[in-house]
Design a protein around this ligand. Structure first.
Ligand SMILES: O=C(O)CCC(=O)C(=O)O
Ligand SMILES: [Fe+2]
Length: 299
């Protein structure tokens, strides 16, 4: 393994004690550069579409300008399109399936050498500066993934380094994975609703907050019970981060469920699922998903 003098047992111990591990320079820079180039081509294409000036800092200025246009709902939303395209890029899959990444995930998930994890979800977040639209509250990933899949979460920047002051970053409560799963609630934010742990509960826990600083090539892996949130980007560059969830299909209670079934399962077990005011929010998921009856289409 590259520069990782990390012995297998040390890595497991660190992961168990802290709830996360950081591996620096885990993936070959050429692979990262290929993904960046592929993203750059998309940004250029969309800047051209909106007749924006395409000189200078394409990654940052391009996204910042396209994000401004996005606020005008009458205009074509290029950021949304770029976002959806990036998550399906072969260059992204190439990194998420990289053999060094797989080695680490296998160790942390206790998979055997011939067993592979299942990628529950993967995407690349794009967080432009000073835009709080999609800020997340404290949460654990076990409330968003396949139940009983003992998953490991990957979080890693591309293009720009991430730190609390420059781009905002992910913050974890050290040792929080040992607490097991905490109750989540449907939390309504200004622009956005998501399931999370109320701040008052976090104050009671009183664990050290770790703000991770990473550069492209560095990878954070955390336990599905590690409590985390991302801090708002107060800087002047865009935060680009790869996010993936590796679940373990060899765990005892593993049961495959569709995306909609999983969303529903978690929403229904939130602490305030039964509140009248959350009824329509939950209903909006039921109507889209669930097990559909196609019997009327047969014969
Ligand atoms: O980057 C983000 O804002 C999302 C981070 C997160 O919650 C995760 O990767 O699990
Ligand atoms: Fe998360």
């Amino acid at each position: 393994m590259n520069n990782h003098t990390h012995h297998k047992q040390n890595l497991i111990d660190e992961f168990q004690n802290n709830g996360f591990v950081i591996l620096r320079n885990l993936v070959d820079n050429k692979k990262i550069k290929k993904l960046e180039d592929s993203i750059k081509a998309q940004i250029l294409f969309h800047m051209n579409k909106h007749e924006l000036n395409i000189e200078g800092d394409i990654f940052n200025q391009g996204i910042i300008q396209l994000n401004k246009i996005r606020k005008d709902k009458t205009k074509f939303d290029s950021v949304q399109v770029i976002y959806n395209l990036i998550r399906k890029l072969p260059e992204l899959y190439n990194i998420l399936g990289d053999s060094n990444v797989m080695d680490i995930v296998r160790i942390l998930s206790r998979l055997k050498e011939n067993q592979s994890p299942y990628i529950w979800e993967s995407f690349c977040r794009i967080d432009p500066p000073k835009d709080s639209s999609f800020d997340l509250k404290w949460h654990q990933e076990s409330f968003f993934t396949l139940p009983n899949s003992n998953s490991v979460q990957l979080w890693s920047p591309i293009i720009n380094n991430v730190s609390i002051n420059n781009t905002g970053t992910i913050t974890l409560l050290k040792g929080s994975s040992k607490l097991g799963e905490l109750k989540h609630y449907i939390i309504k934010l200004k622009n956005y609703i998501h399931e999370g742990i109320p701040d008052e509960e976090i104050d009671k826990i009183n664990l050290e907050e770790i703000n991770v600083e990473l550069k492209p090539g560095d990878f954070l892996f955390f336990d599905e019970h590690a409590i985390h949130k991302t801090f708002h980007n107060q800087g002047d560059k865009v935060r680009f981060t790869m996010v993936a969830n590796y679940s373990n299909p060899y765990s005892e209670n593993f049961k495959f469920m569709s995306e909609q079934e999983v969303l529903m399962y978690h929403k229904l077990r939130t602490g305030n699922a039964k509140d009248k005011e959350n009824e329509s929010y939950i209903q909006s998921f039921t109507s889209k998903g669930g097990i559909k009856d196609f019997s009327n289409l047969i014969n």
